[in-house]
Design a protein. Structure first.
Length: 208
């Protein structure tokens, strides 16, 4: 088991409570935890192990080598507005799920709902089909709700049906819009409080 299971004491705000040792259905031990800057080399190795198809499905590009600035962006987070959870097996990262709160990453002039975040997940080809993506997304969605994110949005290639199926288990009231071969998906997360309109609906008040 990797020594990365231990909390990252030197990193302020690191959510050590998200670290969990678990087992896949076949008994393979896996560690789920938040990403941190020391994961840069692991993330780059994961990128290179992805097939061209998996890389394109996740990043919408056929880029063969990520830049240093791209890797740095992927591993440097504040764990509130931007959070990523990894699946680590035998010291290597084999999957990553992440969200970016839209209000935090959009230009200041563009108004965004602070309770919405863009989500994405990728799993190394050799480890696909073992439930890793589902476990990552469940942990990510739970952490998101605890941080005030109630809705995930995602842009998904039309042929990425596996991702569409994954998102349906995370919540309810999923809406989809197809344009130019891409789905824009919006999903209300399980455990999120009801929208304000529902909270203020007639009959919900405790007052006569």
């Amino acid at each position: 088991m990797s020594d990365e299971v231990e909390p990252i004491a030197w990193l302020p705000g690191y959510p050590a409570e998200l670290t969990e040792q678990a087992f896949l259905d076949d008994g393979t031990p896996v560690v789920f935890r938040a990403i941190h800057p020391d994961d840069a080399a692991r993330v780059e190795r994961l990128f290179h192990r992805l097939s061209p198809q998996a890389r394109y499905m996740r990043f919408f590009t056929s880029i063969a080598r990520p830049s240093a600035s791209m890797i740095r962006y992927l591993v440097t987070l504040d764990y509130v507005d931007r959070l990523a959870i990894v699946a680590e097996i035998r010291g290597e990262i084999v999957g990553v799920a992440r969200y970016d709160r839209l209000a935090a990453v959009a230009p200041p002039a563009v108004p965004m709902d602070p309770a919405e975040a863009e989500a994405a997940v990728v799993v190394e080809d050799a480890w696909q089909g073992r439930g890793i993506a589902t476990r990552l997304l469940w942990r990510l969605s739970s952490a998101a709700v605890n941080r005030g994110v109630h809705t995930f949005t995602a842009t998904i290639l039309a042929q990425n049906r596996a991702m569409m199926r994954l998102l349906t288990v995370l919540g309810e009231n999923m809406s989809t819009e197809l344009s130019g071969g891409e789905y824009t998906v919006k999903l209300r997360l399980a455990g999120a409080p009801p929208p304000r309109a529902e909270q203020d609906a007639p009959g919900d008040s405790a007052h006569p």
